[in-house]
Design a protein around this ligand. Structure first.
Ligand code: ADP
Ligand code: MG
Length: 693
C-alpha cells in the first residue's frame, strides 16, 4: 500500500488531538509524515558527567534525584536537583503536574537531555526531556543520534519520534511504500539513492560520519531530497509563468508624447542601464498578457525614475498605477519625488498608508474608484479588500526583498478586474547571484541595471573601533559647519524592537550633548507615522543636520546632501544590510564616507566581513560574500518573512544543485507532464497555502 493512502491515524499515538495538530502542519498521511524532516540531530550516544557541562551546550546527563520541590522565584516552578557524583544539576519545570512531581522522589534515577545554562550558583536545564531509568550507564548507544523535528505548540518531540519510528519501520518492511517519481535515467545521471532509502537515512543517521554529512548538508540522501524539493519549486514557478502568459492584461503602447516630454525635462540623462530596462518594460507593456519583470539594480542606480516612466506610459493610456513600498517613510518619499518630478504634468498622485484614516480615506477611495487618482502610492495597505481601482493596469513593487515571496505571489491576483491582470514591475536592490535568480525567480523576467549615474563618487568606507568615537564627532562638527548632513545609525538589536528604539534614544541624547550647536534629530520604527514623516521632511530640507536612526532608514531614503554615514556596532549587521545603509550616502556629486564602528574585540569572521565592506562598493560582490559568510536563511530574511521556507533544501549548501535542477525541470516539462504533476502534488500538499496565494 502506498504511504499516501495510509492516514496518520493508523499509527499508534496519533489520536484525534495529535491528528488535528498534524493536519494543521499539512500532515495527513504516512507519506506526509515521512517528508517531515529533522531540523537537527542530537548525539545521545554519550552521557556527559555534570562536572564537564558547559553553559550553552546540549547534553545527555544521568543522575540520582536529590530533592524535588516547588519554588517561587518570580514564577512558580518545580525544581529537581540531580547528582551524578561529579556535581549537581538543577532541572527546572514551569509546567508540571502533581503526578509528575510525585514520581520524582529522592533516589530516583533519571536520564535527561537538554540545553545547559547558568543559573544562580550553578547550572540548570529548563524543561529537559527526561526518563526514569533502572540503572546508570556510561553509554546509551541504543538511543543513538536523535532527530529533532520542527514542531508546533503541544506536539512533543517524543510524539514525533514515536510516529516517525512507526512510519520508518513500515518503509523498511515495504520497499514500495513510497513511490519513486524521479525518472530512472535522472537518478542514474545524478548518482542519487532512491527516495525511500534517502528518507530513511535522513531520519535515522547510523554513524558519526553520516551525522557529520547530514549536518553539513552534503549527505547524498539529503542532496537527493533537496534536489527533488528544489525541482518542484522550480517547476511550480515555470508553470506559473506559463499560466501568466494565458492571462489577459491591458496592452499599453509605450509611445506617449508625455513620456518624451518628461524624459526631456529631467535634470539628468538616463544611464544606459536605465534605457535598456525601459526598453524591456516598454516591450512588455505592449503585450496582451501581464508583464512580470524583476529589475535588479544596486542602491542608487536610479530605479525610481524607471518606475516613474513605466507609470507614465500607463497613465497616458488612461489607466491606473499602484506603487507599493515596504515602509511608510519610503512611500511618503516616493509620493514627494513622483509629485515633484511630475509637477508639470496633469497627473493626480495620492498616498495611502495605514495612517490615512476615516473621512480622508473614504474620499481617497471614492476618487480612486472614479479614476480621478492616477497613481496611488502606499504600503501593503494598498491591497486591502475595500480598495478598488477604476482600471488598475500596473503594480510597481519597490524593494521587493523586503516583502518576501509570499507577499509577492499574493499580489498576483490582486487588482484583477473584468478578467484583466495588472502588469507587474518588481524592483530590488538586493542583487542575487545569477543561478539563484534563475531558480528562485523562474516565474519572472529579469533585467539588471548595471550602470550607476555618471559622476557618482564611490563611498569611501572606514572601519574603526567604538573607542575612536571622538574623532567621528569632530568630523561631524566640521561637516555640519560646511552645511553637510549626517546619518547616524544605531545598533541593530534583533531580539527587541523596544531595545532598539532605546538605543536610538541613548545615542540621540549623547550626540545632542556632544554637539550643542547642531540640530540632531531622531527617527525610529516605534514613532507614529506622522512623526516619522515630519522628521524625514525636516532632514530633507536640511533643518535637521544629524539624523539618528534605527535601521528603518535602510531602504530607499534619498537625501543627496548627506555625505557621512556612521553605523554603530556594524559587526552585528549583515553585509547586504550594511550595503543598503551605505547606499543612503554618495547620492550627491561630492565624495561621501561611511564609518563602520565596531565593538572590540572582533571575531575572525567579523573582521572578514567588515573587510569586504571596505574593499568593494559592488552590490553583487557583497551579496555573494554575504551568502558565503552568512548562509542564505539570514540573507533572504527567511526569519522575518517566512520566505522560501524549504523543508529540506538549503540555498547556501545546495546552490551547486541549481543548474542541474534547471536542466531536469526543462526536460520534465517537455517530456513528462505526468511526473511533473505527481511531484508537485507530493511536495506541494504542504505548501498549499503557498501555491494558492
Ligand atoms: P535606487 O535605485 O536606489 O532606488 P534612486 O531611484 O533613489 O535609486 O536614485 C538615486 C538618485 O539618483 C536620485 O536622486 C535620482 O534622482 C538620481 N538619478 C537617477 N537616475 C539618474 C541619472 N541617470 N543620472 C543622474 N542621477 C540620477
Ligand atoms: Mg529605491
Amino acid at each position: 500500500m502506498s504511504a499516501a493512502a495510509i492516514p496518520v491515524t493508523e499509527l499508534k499515538g496519533a489520536g484525534p488531538a495529535v491528528a488535528r495538530m498534524l493536519s494543521r502542519l499539512g500532515i495527513h498521511n504516512v507519506e506526509d509524515l515521512l517528508l517531515h524532516f529533522p531540523v537537527q540531530y542530537q548525539d545521545r550516544t554519550r552521557v556527559t558527567p555534570v562536572a564537564r557541562l558547559w553553559p550553552g551546550i546540549q547534553a545527555q546527563v544521568q543522575g540520582t534525584v536529590e530533592l524535588t520541590s516547588v519554588v517561587f522565584t518570580g514564577k512558580r516552578s518545580m525544581l529537581v536537583r540531580i547528582s551524578d557524583g561529579t556535581g549537581f544539576l538543577d532541572l527546572r519545570f514551569f509546567y508540571f503536574s502533581a503526578a509528575q512531581q510525585a514520581r520524582l522522589t529522592r533516589g530516583t534515577l533519571l536520564r535527561c537531555f537538554g540545553q545547559v545554562r547558568t543559573a544562580r550558583g550553578g547550572l540548570e536545564m529548563i524543561h529537559p526531556e527526561y526518563q526514569v531509568v533502572d540503572s546508570l550507564e556510561a553509554t546509551t548507544a541504543s538511543a543513538g543520534y536523535t532527530p529533532v523535528y520542527p514542531s508546533t505548540t503541544g506536539m512533543h518531540q517524543a510524539t514525533w519520534r514515536k510516529l516517525l519510528r512507526q512510519a520508518i519501520d513500515r518503509a523498511r518492511e515495504d520497499s514500495e511504500l513510497l513511490q519513486e517519481f524521479l525518472p530512472m535515467a535522472l537518478l542514474e545521471r545524478e548518482n542519487f539513492p532512491n527516495l525511500q532509502d534517502a528518507i530513511v537515512q535522513v531520519h535515522v543517521p547510523e554513524s558519526e560520519q553520516e551525522l557529520a554529512l547530514l549536518r553539513h548538508g552534503n549527505h547524498p540522501a539529503l542532496e537527493r531530497l533537496a534536489f527533488e524539493e528544489l525541482l518542484v519549486h522550480h517547476l511550480c514557478l515555470r508553470i506559473r509563468r506559463q499560466q501568466c502568459e494565458h492571462r489577459a492584461a491591458w496592452p499599453v503602447a509605450a509611445t506617449s508624447p508625455m513620456v518624451h516630454e518628461f524624459v526631456d525635462q529631467l535634470p539628468f540623462q538616463l544611464t544606459p542601464g536605465q534605457t535598456q530596462v525601459l526598453q524591456d518594460i516598454g516591450a512588455d507593456l505592449g503585450k496582451a498578457f501581464p508583464m512580470q519583470r524583476l529589475v535588479q539594480g544596486d542602491v542608487g542606480c536610479g530605479k525610481t525614475v524607471v518606475a516613474m516612466i513605466a507609470a507614465l506610459h500607463v497613465v497616458s493610456a488612461g489607466l491606473q498605477v499602484a506603487v507599493m513600498a515596504p515602509t511608510e517613510i519610503l512611500a511618503e518619499q516616493h509620493l514627494q519625488s513622483f509629485a515633484s518630478q511630475m509637477a508639470g504634468l496633469d497627473i493626480t498622485i495620492a498616498l495611502l498608508t495605514g495612517a490615512v484614516k476615516g473621512r480622508a480615506r473614504e474620499r481617497l477611495l471614492t476618487e480612486l474608484r472614479g479614476g480621478k487618482v492616477h497613481i496611488l502610492i502606499g504600503t501593503h495597505a494598498l491591497f486591502q479588500e475595500d480598495i478598488q481601482f477604476q482600471q488598475l493596469a500596473l503594480v510597481v513593487v519597490d524593494e521587493q526583498h523586503r516583502f518576501g515571496v509570499h507577499q509577492r505571489l499574493a499580489l498576483r491576483n490582486k487588482g484583477v478586474q473584468a478578467g484583466r491582470y495588472p502588469h507587474q514591475l518588481i524592483m530590488t536592490a538586493t542583487p542575487i547571484p545569477r543561478t539563484l535568480a534563475m531558480t528562485l525567480y523562474a516565474d519572472l523576467d529579469c533585467s539588471i541595471i548595471d550602470t550607476l549615474p555618471v559622476g557618482r563618487q564611490p563611498v569611501e568606507t572606514v572601519v574603526m573601533p567604538q573607542s575612536r568615537r571622538d574623532q567621528v564627532i569632530e568630523r561631524i562638527t566640521h561637516l555640519c559647519a560646511a552645511g553637510r548632513q549626517i546619518f547616524w545609525v544605531c545598533p541593530l538589536i534583533e531580539e527587541s524592537d523596544s531595545l532598539q528604539c532605546q538605543a536610538a534614544e541613548n545615542a540621540w541624547q549623547q550626540l545632542t550633548e556632544q554637539l550643542p550647536d547642531i540640530c540632531v534629530g531622531m527617527i525610529h520604527g516605534r514613532m507614529p507615522a506622522q512623526e516619522k514623516e515630519r522628521i524625514m521632511g525636516q532632514f530633507s530640507k536640511g533643518e535637521i543636520q544629524v539624523l539618528v536612526a534605527t535601521t528603518v532608514i535602510e531602504v530607499g531614503v534619498n537625501v543627496p546632501n548627506a555625505c557621512l554615514m556612521v553605523i554603530e556596532n556594524a559587526e552585528r549587521m549583515g553585509l547586504s544590510q550594511l550595503h543598503q545603509l551605505r547606499g543612503r550616502v554618495g547620492r550627491g556629486a561630492d565624495a561621501s564616507v561611511c564609518v563602520l564602528l565596531y565593538q572590540s574585540p572582533l571575531s575572525q569572521l567579523a573582521k572578514e566581513r567588515l573587510a569586504v565592506m571596505r574593499s568593494t562598493n559592488d552590490g553583487f560582490v557583497i551579496a555573494r560574500k554575504d551568502l558565503e559568510l552568512r548562509g542564505p536563511g539570514e540573507f533572504f530574511g527567511t526569519r522575518q518573512t517566512g520566505m522560501l521556507a524549504f523543508k529540506i533544501a538549503d540555498l547556501g549548501k545546495h546552490q551547486h544543485l541549481l543548474p542541474r535542477v534547471q536542466r531536469s525541470a526543462a526536460e520534465l516539462l517537455m517530456h513528462d507532464q505526468i511526473t511533473v504533476n505527481r511531484l508537485i502534488q507530493r511536495w506541494n500538499r504542504f505548501a498549499l497555502a503557498y501555491s494558492q496565494v
